[in-house]
Design a protein around this ligand. Structure first.
Ligand code: SF4
Ligand code: SF4
Length: 386
């Protein structure tokens, strides 16, 4: 592990939204009170120390960075108002920007006006590209794939997915190799026998089941009604997004095996349609509540919002709501002409959202499970019997 000191590290993390942690005198209150910190993986104090002394490699190789859910308990109790919870969030932005080799993530985080312009231009590009091959608008019933050819949407979607997977994989490999080197230097050879168990804990128990967020951070969340608890909003957003993705893939799969052509009108209770509707509503609910929290600055995590926080939430919200409007248009007795434009808008924004995912906060959906995998592989953060 390189011990090169980067004197600009703290300044760069501050640029990404951290408070002035130079006042931190390492009292350790934050680590002691954090419900997720343990003897094996102490944070946030250690992460702050890395930043103060410029230990960039150590910071970027820390799985602990990703085990924080920004509950804000540590910030409430810090005697110097160094906002350690906010620091952890800013350090994760720094990590996302550094795992990305293209530097686009850094631009998206540090130049709000330019990143907004990129987002708008990208959506406009997709809309114009798809519209260039448009067909007629049938007034009697919404024939969406006559308006924009189905093959063109699928082909564009495949290109977008390939680009995203390439960009995402590059970041994940960069992160995993850093974490892996760090773990080897700490504890000798990784315990291979734990691989599958660690994978299950990271993906199933922690990511989908939100165990630590739900159970270990419960004390902080109990002040809110159950339907506004942050773990539930996070789960609702994540399950909703995954449900929509699954419904899209299933719909396409059914068309490939000849069960139902994509875009064929189906009753609302048709399983794939029902899955898409429920998932869309879940995502809209989670994202709307997060937006409300940020507008009201309700809770430590929502007290300070960066432009990148708004960008992700707004893109998810616009995608969800335009999808719901489209569904409404499909079931109205007299198909409205605006349904075609909502369709074009929805597809363009959804493609943009997916394409930008590795370069914005969305990337945490991949980096956090990777860190949790390494955490479980090292036997940290596991429950008795795991
Ligand atoms: S961030 Fe605050 S609570 Fe944590 S070690 Fe520094 S001064 Fe203490
Ligand atoms: S914000 Fe919460 S989870 Fe994150 S370090 Fe502070 S106390 Fe721990």
């Amino acid at each position: 592990m390189s011990a090169v000191v980067d004197p600009g590290l703290l300044g760069e993390i501050k640029r990404l939204g951290a408070a002035d942690v130079s006042a931190c005198f390492s009292c350790g209150n934050c680590t002691a009170i954090c419900p997720l910190s343990s003897n094996d993986g102490t944070f946030p104090r250690r992460m702050i120390r890395y930043a103060q002394v410029g230990m960039k490699d150590a910071l970027l190789s820390s799985k602990e960075l990703w085990t924080c859910y920004h509950c804000g308990l540590c910030s409430d109790t810090c005697p110097t108002q160094a906002d350690p919870g906010g620091f952890m969030a800013a350090a994760r932005r720094y990590a996302i920007a550094n795992y990305d080799r293209t530097r686009l993530a850094w631009t998206m985080y540090t130049q709000p006006a330019l990143s907004t312009l990129i987002a708008v231009l990208l959506a406009a590009f997709f809309a114009l590209f798809l519209y260039a091959s448009h067909g007629p608008q049938n007034a009697a019933s919404l024939r969406l794939f006559r308006f924009i050819p189905e093959g063109l949407i699928h082909m564009t979607g495949v290109v977008v997915m390939v680009l995203v997977v390439l960009a995402g994989l590059t970041g994940v490999v960069t992160m995993a190799s850093r974490l892996s080197r760090r773990e080897r230097s700490r504890a000798g050879a990784p315990r291979g026998g734990r691989f599958w168990k660690a994978l299950w804990v990271a993906l199933g128990v922690e990511s989908l089941g939100q165990r630590r967020y739900r159970a270990d951070c419960a004390a902080v969340q109990e002040t809110r009604p159950w339907y506004r608890r942050r773990w539930l909003l996070h789960a609702s957003t994540m399950w909703g997004f995954l449900g929509l993705l699954l419904a899209t893939v299933l719909d396409y799969g059914l068309s490939l095996i000849g069960v139902k052509a994509t875009g064929t009108p189906v009753p609302i209770y048709y399983p794939v349609r029902l899955l898409g509707t429920i998932a869309g509503l879940a995502m809209i609910y989670g994202v709307t509540m997060f937006l409300v929290d940020r507008l009201r600055r309700d809770g430590q995590a929502a007290k300070q919002s960066e432009a990148s926080d708004w960008t992700l939430l707004l893109l998810l919200w616009i995608t969800g709501v335009s999808g719901l409007l489209l569904e409404l248009a499909l079931y109205l007795p007299h198909p409205p002409a605006w349904g075609y434009w909502v369709f074009l808008f929805h597809v363009s924004v959804a493609m943009e959202l997916v394409l930008l995912a590795p370069f914005m906060k969305f990337a945490h959906a991949v980096y956090r499970p990777v860190a949790l995998f390494f955490l479980a592989l090292a036997g940290e953060g596991m429950r008795e019997g795991e």
